[in-house]
Ligand binder design. Structure first.
Ligand code: CP
Length: 326
């Protein structure tokens, strides 16, 4: 019955328990097996900011466990546009739903909503603050990708590249990596978009090594290269955002020149295809080490695990298996 609002709630034991349940979900996500363990349960999927994969994968994860999904999409189509408070919205939704997944443009908004909510609330991204389910799926992806090369998270080198200031996924991921040992971080961002100091302090206090650099050249030879989108919607003005357009683009030629032979390329997505040069160029699409669509698959597993754990059915998934008729 717990909320998942921030990665600050999670220690290494919690992370490993979530990963163990996530891996158990794989045959259900692949539809080799079916379970109705959440039959009759209703998820309120409340998205007050644009989303494709987080919204759809929360809904898919709940459906794969046998539950039903109701959703709002966008601030303007909800009563928040009429001035309703998050607290009142939460009291109302508590009367209908058994769990809530929520995204909102303001930092702290999901936690505020949770104060009025009597069912578990999972944060699907609150402004520039946190995106805990993305961080968990990223961490699971890192573990699985490194495993292909007999490597572990402990001792790895990760380069975080792009908009580290507004990119909430790299904030949450960096905090989760504080539970691991001897990691080298390369924070690769233009001066105006570097990682906030509170995250740098947390990473430093965990005993990790940090290099802060303002260019990609010579700084991408990492086991994991994690690129983020320039978060234009969070900039004070479009002119400010335009300054960074097209910079920090990783193409196959940059990969060949500056990455390691098997650097794994990650990105939370979406890639902004409106920008003439993608952050992760389309010419990488057939690169075996491009893990971006494997991240998406791991996202369903993580969200299934979090629903099963917060609704206390993680040990009953097999008991409620049903036949696959197709
Ligand atoms: N990674 C991510 O949060 O994507 P969406 O904005 O499409 O949900």
């Amino acid at each position: 019955g717990e909320n998942i609002l921030s990665v600050n709630q999670l220690d290494r034991d919690c992370i490993e328990r979530i990963f163990a349940v996530a891996k158990k979900m794989e045959p259900y996500a692949k539809k080799q097996k079916r379970t109705n363990v959440l039959e009759g349960a209703i998820l309120a999927n409340l998205f007050f900011e644009p989303s494709t994969r987080t919204r759809v994968s929360f809904g898919t994860a709940f459906n794969l466990l046998g539950g039903l999904v109701r959703e709002t999409t966008g601030m303007q189509s909800s009563a928040l546009a009429k001035g309703e408070s998050l607290y009142d919205t939460a009291r109302v939704i508590s009367a209908y739903a058994d769990a809530v997944a929520m995204r909102h443009p303001d930092a702290g908004s999901v936690a505020e909503f949770a104060t009025g909510c009597s069912v578990p609330v999972i944060n699907g991204g609150d402004g520039p603050n946190e995106h805990p389910t993305q961080a968990l799926l990223d961490l699971l992806t890192i573990e699985r990708e490194l495993h292909r090369f007999d490597q572990k998270i402990d001792g790895m080198h990760i380069a975080l590249v792009g908009d580290l200031k507004y990119g909430r996924t790299v904030h949450s991921l960096s905090k989760l990596l504080c539970h691991y040992k001897d990691i080298k971080f390369s924070m690769v961002a233009p001066d105006g978009l570097q990682m906030p100091s509170y995250i740098l302090d947390a990473v430093d206090n965990a005993g990790h090594k940090i290099e802060i650099v303002d260019k990609m050249e010579g700084n991408l030879a990492a086991d994991i290269v994690y690129q983020t989108r320039i978060q234009e919607e969070r900039f004070p003005s479009q002119e400010e955002a335009n300054k960074y357009r097209g910079g920090f683009r990783i193409s196959q030629s940059i990969y060949n020149t500056h990455c390691k032979p098997n650097s794994v390329l990650m990105h939370p997505l979406p890639r902004d295809s409106r920008i003439e040069a993608n952050e992760l160029d389309n010419d990488l699409n057939l690169n075996d080490n491009l893990a971006i669509f494997r991240q998406v698959q791991n996202g369903v597993l993580i969200r299934m695990a979090l629903f099963a754990l917060t609704l206390d059915v993680a040990d009953k998934v097999e008991q409620y298996e049903v036949a696959v008729p197709w």
